[in-house]
Design a protein around this ligand. Sequence first.
Ligand code: AMP
Ligand code: MG
Length: 351
Amino acid sequence: MTQRRPPGGTLLAAGLLSLALTACDDPPQRRQETFLAFGTLVDVTLYGVPQQRAAEAIAEIEDDFRYMHRTYHAWRPGALGRVNRLLPTGEDFSAPPSVLPLIREAKRLSARTDGLFNPAIGRLIELWGFHQDARPDTAPPERAEIDALVAKAPSMDDLVVHGIRLRSRNPAVKLDFGAFAKGYGVDAAIDTLRELGIEDAMVNAGGDLRAIGRAGDRPWRVGVRHPRGRGVLAAVELHDGESVFTSGDYERYFEHEGQRYHHIIDPRTGYPARETTSVTVIGAEGATADAAATALFVAGPGGWKDIARALDLEYVMLIDHDGEAYLTPAMAGRVEWVGAEPAAVHVSAPP
Ligand code: AMP
Ligand code: MG
């Protein structure tokens, strides 16, 4: 059992500490609170909002996150769980209205990434054990089992949507929205804040985040985690409404016979994507940036540019397994390296 995750205890303690300090020490114009959702710490920071209104806004967001966590959980009872029970029957059924928008969005993003972002591979994720917080054994699954699932080629195209009716043409489809539900949730939270008239805020779900306005008298400035070690690789200043999402091989993995097996699966092979260690995308919508980071991770140093072009992404940074960085020119113009620069920095525009 070598499942490694960031030391949650320390993080949680730090989160709670900042929560405790918020109550007494924060200047009145800044309010920050932290809660658990989507298996991670969600940090909400608001500027220039009276304390009472800020507390109400954050409570509303926390409620929304808990609801989305329940609703979009592929492996527990809930709306998506129900969809996953009914899809293999091949019959059509009324899809929960809470899940339909994600299915539509996932179909669109999957098509634009050539299926590299493929939330229909839930069974593969299960076979690898990455649907669980703690993985029960240390060996990868049998190749024959992986090959059998890959041969069934579950895809978002297999889902037929008519109004609220849904069916799957392929019984092997099982939906796992783990690669973009967080982005969807962060977008929803930012929408809620804007509807409440809040202009300066950040919603940060374990390093994946979206910001509006400014951090008081300065722009929002965020760190991108170094894929190896606990430090920060780069810092970026954010414009109004921008999201930053990172997919990394360090988030969920186990080691077996000296080889790392992580949670981002190449749907073409059924195995963890080999050549990337992390991808960071800056974009407007969190849902798109989140799905894009996962797809670009799978595409790797050889294929990322085609996906970046298909999704119209301006800001991409990919770190490969040798620690070399690949950036779009626009991204290169915005990142500030913190500490040592990557082993090599390649800047090139998508064709
Ligand atoms: P992320 O951290 O956003 O890259 O999402 C990774 C999670 O998405 C994994 O834990 C899986 O649940 C799921 N996943 C893994 N590979 C893929 C893929 N190729 N397409 C869509 N979802 C995936
Ligand atoms: Mg993602």
